[in-house]
Design a protein around this ligand. Structure first.
Ligand SMILES: [Zn+2]
Length: 230
């Protein structure tokens, strides 16, 4: 089980399991040895597994049948799916404030329907993210060499500081624009500071003072968290 370990000037050990995917992160005081950290994780393995199962359950729930009447989210809003079988070219469109139309070939499988919807999400996200990246690059004072969209299990976004490449999770198409904007700014700030350290947080505070509330909205599922003292 991979664990992100962050050493900080803190007294307590903080262990957290994050959605999506149940990534495990431990923040530990600098003086704590690797063995002590390993032991801390091992003794809490049961708790970690339980949290990861909760997130896995939420993911299974979000595994959709792709049938009419199902709820699907677009930019933080809930829509009722209306599947229309037609000879038209397969596509999706927002029909009204409540209805999302999915036009598919007659008899198409769940998988095909899901891929039509994913393609639509991806095109929307590409457009929104492009706008946001253009808006934020001059503010943060960086340039992205290349960016893309990918289905990722454990991260909302990622940044390779060395080559200036940014990846965004396709799931962001379903989240509020605030949440997407937060991730875009977060990844751009990584081009200035690689670590999630005080400098990173200070830069985030400067560019986007409300970033914490956007982050919390994005990770709405209760953030599993435990801390204790050594
Ligand atoms: Zn980050």
């Amino acid at each position: 089980m991979p664990v992100d370990v962050v050493r900080k000037d803190i007294k307590n050990v903080h262990l957290a399991v994050y959605p999506p995917g149940g990534r495990v992160r431990i923040a530990a005081p600098r003086r704590l040895s690797d063995d002590a950290i390993r032991l801390a994780v091992v003794t809490r393995l049961g708790w970690i597994r339980r949290q990861q199962l909760v997130y896995a359950g939420q993911e299974r729930q979000s595994e959709r049948e792709m049938v009419s009447g199902e709820s699907h989210f677009v930019q933080g809003r809930r829509y009722r799916l209306r599947v229309i079988e037609s000879e038209e070219k397969p596509h999706a469109r927002i029909r009204s404030t409540r209805t999302l139309d999915l036009v598919v070939s007659p008899g198409s499988s769940r998988k095909v329907r899901a891929s039509v919807l994913d393609r639509w999400y991806r095109a929307r996200l590409r457009e929104e993210a492009q706008t946001l990246i253009e808006k934020w690059q001059p503010i943060v004072g960086v340039r992205v060499a290349r960016w893309g969209i990918r289905k990722m299990r454990t991260r909302w976004g990622s940044c390779h500081e060395s080559n200036g490449h940014i990846l965004l999770n396709l799931e962001l198409a379903k989240k509020d624009r605030d949440c997407l904007e937060y991730i875009v700014v977060h990844e751009l700030v990584h081009l200035l500071e690689r670590e999630h350290n005080d400098r990173f947080r200070a830069l985030m505070d400067r560019f986007m003072p409300a970033w914490r509330s956007h982050r919390d909205k994005l990770n709405k599922a209760p953030l599993a968290n435990e801390h204790w003292q050594y």
